[in-house]
Design a protein around this ligand. Sequence first.
Ligand code: ADP
Ligand code: MG
Length: 382
Amino acid sequence: MEQSIVRNKFKELFNEEGALFFSPGRVNLIGEHTDYNGGCVLPGAIDKGMLAEIKPNGTNQVKAFSIDLNDYAEFGLNEEDAPSQSWARYIFGVCREMIKRGADVKGFNTVFSGDVPLGAGLSSSAALESTYAFGLNELFNLGFDKKELVLIGQKTEHNYCGVNCGIMDQFASIFGKEGHLIRLDCSTMEYEYVPFNPEGYKVVLMDSVTKHELVDSPYNKRRQSCENAAAAIAKNHPEVKLLGDATLEMLAEVKDQISAEDFMRATYAIEENSRLVSTCDALKAGDYATVGKNIYATHKGMSELYEVSTVELDYLNEIAKECGVTGSRIMGGGFGGCTINLVPEDKYDHFIETAIARFTEKFGVSPKVYPVKISDGSRRLA
Ligand code: ADP
Ligand code: MG
């Protein structure tokens, strides 16, 4: 990320210098649709993110410039001052959520720019709000701890951006650590760093450039199926509240009491939870072959049992297999977006070339390629 672009613009607009903050986007290695089933996710911060220069301006007005959208916004800090531009609402929302928690946030000047692709599933929005949550906390000495900053980012999305997200994205952005993934229980915010040092491998995302949206109704239907299965199991096993507590044997006992569809969804959810556990063990042992197998198994489950894949994503997955990629799967809720791929270095160029050529031939559009490195979370740069 070019600091000078942000620095120069800030100087040009405000004729002064501020402090520089950075927060990353994230990937999730495994653990998809596990959060609402009481399981864990395994995200990591990446080396792409949002860079913001910020300086308190002694007023109650925020003056903000987005370099990437070439757009300026100016707004106050009261509820009725909400800006109309959606990008500015992330910054406004962070201020409001802090003020609601009793913080004395004042006006500031700011310029920002990022290199997380928007809407590709790498969480550019969390990078944006985390940068301001982290930066304002420091500049105004607000004393929020990191978990509070995560919640401030999440509530910003809920209350000011109309996105009903969990906490994974903000948590990964703020807590990210180079060489580590974060095994995170989204319902309790308990977490553990798991080593991730895939020497001899590269991590790359292949963007199917099909629309990434968690289409509400299929998403809600998946949740409902999981709840139905969990409720049926709970009749025999009262200790089971969510599928995260259940086993495939328990599910087999209620096969005749639930629909075939609910059974399939629940099978995926239970298997995905155990794949996450097995993947963490494999990572601790440095066993990337097992990690890769689990990643492929997740794709298969998401495609055939949970049915949230697309033809484009399945095609990318097939190509990965043929090119000797160690692990490949849909990342995110499904219905579009990227695959995440763990690729042996000596197979990398061949995989990328083949995927671009064959995908373009079949769908008439080139997939986008985002190589990533697992990196540190929110920080001050200068
Ligand atoms: P993602 O999956 O990348 O988080 P979202 O739809 O949640 O996608 O967030 C994208 C929104 O975040 C954009 O519409 C914009 O308002 C804001 N945003 C993200 N990156 C930038 C950027 N570099 N500059 C300005 N706004 C950004
Ligand atoms: Mg987002």
